[in-house]
Ligand binder design. Structure first.
Ligand SMILES: Nc1ncnc2c1ncn2[C@@H]1O[C@H](COP(=O)(O)OP(=O)(O)OP(=O)(O)O)[C@@H](O)[C@H]1O
Ligand SMILES: [Mg+2]
Length: 134
């Protein structure tokens, strides 16, 4: 096992201010580490904060407290360039495929679109062949 964790989540908190309905503590002090080659499953009842944990780890939500380090870098303090590279390695797989994926696109087009954004095609011709025309 590598000595340094790939992903280090420490005392992560994400609270939602619901105005007159108070404060919703969706994530309230979650800590875990993932090492290279490891798989971690987060299990819990509906509404316990699994997706909010994922979104906050990805930086889609600003955290209320705690911190997330990926390869030693604080996710919330990354430069735009570091963030782009981070998002090449970290991806959300959303629960509802009908809301997340365009059913009019082929699987090849859907995967290719993301590869295009991250310049992962071998050449421009390959990209043109597969990118959907919107
Ligand atoms: N953007 C938001 N604003 C306010 N409250 C939110 C927001 N997102 C999530 N919540 C609330 O935070 C709590 C945790 O929600 P979350 O979606 O993280 O749960 P979950 O464990 O992923 O549930 P499920 O298993 O149903 O996907 C819920 O009470 C939810 O209503
Ligand atoms: Mg969820």
């Amino acid at each position: 096992m590598a000595t340094e964790a790939l992903l280090k989540v420490k005392e992560l908190k994400k609270h939602f201010d619901l105005g007159k309905n108070g404060l919703l503590k969706a994530v309230d002090g979650v800590s875990f580490e993932i090492y290279k080659g490891e798989t971690l499953g987060l299990v819990g009842e509906s509404g316990c904060g699994k997706s909010t944990t994922g979104r906050t780890v990805m930086g889609m939500y600003n955290n209320t407290d705690g911190d997330v380090h990926y390869e030693g870098k604080n996710v919330q303090q990354m430069t735009e360039k570091e963030r782009f590279s981070f998002l090449r390695n970290m991806q959300m797989i959303f629960q509802d495929p009908y809301a997340s994926l365009n059913p009019r696109s082929t699987v090849l087009e859907l995967i290719s679109e993301l590869m295009g954004i991250h310049n992962l095609h071998k050449n421009k011709g390959e990209m043109k062949k597969t990118i959907p025309v919107c």
